[in-house]
Design a protein around this ligand. Structure first.
Ligand code: GDP
Length: 207
């Protein structure tokens, strides 16, 4: 466990990539965030960076289907991947989205890991399993945030945590699962420590 956390409050909107070829140069280190619509991904990003306006940027019209990049410094980025919503999404759009995601998760060299945000009450949806499948192909490190943990009693949340850990025990790479609540601001240091380990300590260190 690193002793010093990166300073995530330096996060600044960098660019919005409508397709993989529009992404910034594939250099340095980045960590991507994914989650089914409404899982709580924006709230998690805001809580982790302490920047409330940050993930709102990803929700502005024209950017919801894009890959949105936030720079911590010149060598480190957080990446907000587009989620798709409920069953209503047309099949063709779902296919196009899956192709983009499998390309990005499968081929992006600077990608160090994926934070997969799930509502603790509805974990491991089809969306989550697709994302895990794309990551498994290259054994990419995954950290699961079971968010909205405040919605469950302590025991029920713990059970959900253990069940997801058990379910993902065969994942072919580094895999962590934790409880999180953007509302109660719980689990923030735990995920920040994972991000710090993945992105590397250095220039953006907090003093
Ligand atoms: P996104 O679509 O995945 O970016 O989800 P949002 O972050 O916009 O959150 C979706 C809804 O869940 C909003 O109404 C949030 O206020 C709520 N929400 C997000 N995180 C939490 C949390 O930790 N606890 C509770 N109780 N509600 C949350």
């Amino acid at each position: 466990m690193p002793t010093k956390m990166l300073n995530f409050s330096t996060a600044q909107f960098l660019l919005s990539a409508p397709a993989l070829r529009h992404c910034p140069p594939d250099q340095g280190n980045e960590v991507a965030f994914a989650g089914r619509s409404n899982a709580g991904k924006s709230s998690a990003l805001n809580a982790i960076t302490g920047r409330n306006a940050l993930a709102r940027t990803s929700k502005t019209p024209g950017r919801t289907q894009a890959i949105n990049f936030f720079a911590l410094d010149e060598a480190r980025r957080l990446v907000d991947l587009p989620g798709y919503g409920y069953a209503k999404v047309p099949e063709a759009m779902k296919k196009a989205w899956q192709k983009e995601m499998s390309n990005y998760l499968g081929k992006r060299h600077s990608l160090r890991g994926l934070v997969l945000v799930m509502d603790v009450r509805h974990p491991l949806t089809d969306y989550d399993l697709s994302m895990l499948g794309f990551c498994a192909e290259r054994g990419l490190a995954v950290h699961v945030l079971l968010t909205k943990a405040d919605k469950l009693k302590h025991g029920a949340a713990k059970n959900a945590l253990l069940a997801v850990r058990r379910e993902l025990a065969d994942y072919p790479g580094e895999l962590g699962v934790q409880l999180f609540s953007a509302l109660k601001k719980s689990g923030i240091d735990e995920v920040r420590a994972v991000l710090t380990a993945w992105l590397g300590e250095g220039a953006a260190e907090a003093s």
